[in-house]
Design a protein around this ligand. Structure first.
Ligand code: SF4
Length: 248
């Protein structure tokens, strides 16, 4: 099994956060009326996207009736509609809507993940849960590192949760730590280039982009418009050397 597939399989078995284990399973039992005929995933949701991704998108955590229901990041909720709709329009997703794991959606050069893999009550993981889940993101970054060139961090939580993971995975954080803002852009160099190896597969710098989260609160109020999101995605895709897609 390739390292990323193995990681994805292992994370779905994690039960390290008692509060989140109880919540994800209770939501799966009680369900939302509109999804009464679904068998909820009700487990940790792994990252989604190809192993050769050079662009990573980092959210917050799966939604109770979205990823926690379908088993795929940002699949089956309004935030995902906004994110995948934008990815489709900039040529990074094969279809504009993500409904279920077997809907045929594929991503081009992009992977989507989160610093917390289980749905939290009120979309608010505790600092302890965030820290407990960090090793999964660190390992994901280590596996992606040889090709990874840019990262879009959705919201202040994703930004703050991800910075220590980049440090643990071998990148150097500037001091003072960069602050989250929509449109923020910062490049992280490797902490120890000689030990990190050389040649085409050696991990290189990554450029982080801050973007308001695709939450309903942000998109309904116009704080984050589709144009703003697509602009960040285009810049990050360009940084990651993903060529513009000419849709026929
Ligand atoms: S949030 Fe992360 S660490 Fe906690 S149970 Fe889920 S997968 Fe495990």
């Amino acid at each position: 099994m390739d390292p990323l597939a193995e990681l994805d399989a292992r994370v779905t078995e994690c039960a390290a956060c008692p509060r989140l284990v109880a919540w994800r399973e209770e939501v799966g039992r009680v369900k939302r009326a509109a999804f009464a005929d679904w068998t909820y995933w009700a487990r940790p949701v792994p990252g989604f996207g190809p192993p050769d991704a050079s662009l990573l998108i980092v959210g917050l955590a799966p939604a109770a009736h979205g990823g926690n229901r379908t088993g795929r990041m940002f699949t089956g909720d309004r935030s995902g509609d906004v994110l995948y709709g934008a990815l489709y329009e900039v040529g990074l997703a094969s279809r504009p809507v993500a409904e279920s794991v077997d809907d045929g959606l594929t991503l081009r050069g992009v992977r989507v993940t989160s610093p917390v893999h289980c749905a939290p009550p009120e979309n608010k993981p505790t600092p302890g849960e965030r820290d407990t889940c960090r090793p999964w993101l660190v390992r994901e970054l280590e596996v992606l590192a040889p090709r990874l060139r840019s990262v879009v961090l959705l919201g202040a939580f994703g930004w703050q949760a991800a910075l220590p993971a980049f440090a643990a995975a071998g990148w150097r954080l500037p001091r003072p730590l960069p602050k989250f803002a929509h449109g923020a852009r910062v490049t992280l160099e490797r902490a120890a280039p000689p030990e990190a190896g050389s040649g085409p597969d050696a991990p290189g710098p990554v450029t982080l982009y801050g973007c308001f989260h695709v939450s309903q609160r942000n998109t309904f109020t116009g704080r984050l418009t589709p144009g703003m999101l697509k602009d960040v995605l285009r810049r990050a895709a360009s940084e990651a050397d993903i060529p513009p897609y000419a849709r026929a």
